[in-house]
Design a protein around this ligand. Structure first.
Ligand SMILES: Nc1ncnc2c1ncn2[C@@H]1O[C@H](COP(=O)(O)OP(=O)(O)OP(=O)(O)O)[C@@H](O)[C@H]1O
Length: 310
């Protein structure tokens, strides 16, 4: 198990990471979800012993890795946000180059290169120069480099930023398979709520250097269990209708766009009579309404008053 204990990074301008605690057990996929600037990359840099913390520690099997970074590096692979590859080499040559850099034995490296190329779905393209690769293929190879030494734990820092949807899906599937077939534990950072929701067993939500919520998806969503979001489709609605809705004490977070009005209401509150009478009064045609499950985005909005993506 890897544990992060009171991990902190303070810069002159402010504290990027502020006494955070979390853990990951073998075989888990754990999500670190937060908006830009929340402190995710700084956390990962400290966790992978690239930068020293101002305070706190990282423990592997209850032993400090700050005192013995090599113990962690043996079992940890890191996929950085930036692509770190040589464009004038092929995929195979890149993998061999990094394998040699890590001083992997020759026969082991040869086998691992073949396995990794298959895992990242680049066997057919392994002899192409990387400079001719698409952004998504480069990202996949970036992941491959981190997998060469068969790490037990893999950290992925926003691995799908700036790539097309097809490559994004490919990466998400690669992550799932890696976890299912090789039992690799994965720390997945992202500001895409859907990715984290799809992949992760447990989630930590970060904001302004702190962890503001943690648990399984269900546990985190339960923070909003006392409310329901209602989405109503209407025609001919006016400002007066909206103003009257805003005056209702039991409705909150009222938003409208393109024929849809959304609001939250306390669970169990019978809002329908009021809604019907307001529609009738303002001659608004009520076409449909539905009760929506809260999303992690809703929880973030509830906890911080801001949207996850800006
Ligand atoms: N070397 C540094 N010196 C000073 N401040 C820094 C440094 N590195 C990061 N920060 C600040 O720390 C905060 C957290 O940054 P960090 O990159 O960890 O966030 P993030 O959640 O990874 O965001 P992103 O998704 O944009 O990478 C930001 O306010 C950033 O400006």
């Amino acid at each position: 198990m890897i544990e992060v204990v009171n991990l902190t990074k303070a810069y002159k301008k402010g504290t990027a990471v502020d006494h955070i605690n979390f853990y990951i057990e073998p075989g888990e996929i754990v999500g670190l979800l937060g908006p830009n600037g929340a402190g995710k990359s700084t956390t990962i840099a400290m966790l992978s012993t690239l930068i020293p913390p101002t305070d706190g520690d990282v423990l592997l099997q209850q032993k400090s890795v700050l005192k013995d970074p090599s113990s962690l590096r043996k079992v940890l692979g890191v996929v950085p946000q930036e692509i770190a590859l040589y464009g004038d080499l092929t995929a195979k040559e890149n993998l061999n180059f990094f394998g040699n850099l890590y001083k992997m034995p020759k026969t082991q490296l040869k086998n691992r290169v073949e396995v990794v190329l298959q895992q990242i779905g680049l066997e057919q393209e392994s002899k192409k120069l990387v400079k001719h690769y698409s952004g998504g293929m480069k990202r996949r190879l970036n992941i491959g480099v981190a997998l060469l030494h068969e790490p037990q734990y893999l950290i992925m820092d926003e691995p799908t930023v700036g790539i097309d949807p097809q490559s994004r899906n490919h990466i998400l599937e690669t992550v799932k398979k890696l976890n299912e077939h090789s039992n690799t534990a994965i720390i997945y950072t992202s500001h895409y709520m859907e990715e984290v929701e799809y992949l992760c067993d447990r989630i930590y939500i970060m904001d302004q250097g702190r962890i503001i919520a943690s648990g399984t998806k269900e546990e985190i969503k339960a923070i909003l269990s006392s409310e329901n979001t209602i989405v109503v489709k209407v025609e001919n609605y006016s400002n007066d209708f909206m103003n009257d809705l805003l005056k209702q004490p039991f409705l909150s977070n009222i938003n409208s766009s393109e024929g849809e009005v959304a609001f939250t209401v306390a669970k169990g509150m019978n809002f329908l009579p009021t809604l019907f009478s307001l529609c009738e009064h303002h001659r608004v045609l009520l076409k449909s309404f539905q009760v929506e499950e809260p999303t992690l985005e809703d929880v973030f909005l509830h906890l911080t008053g801001r949207a996850l993506r800006n």
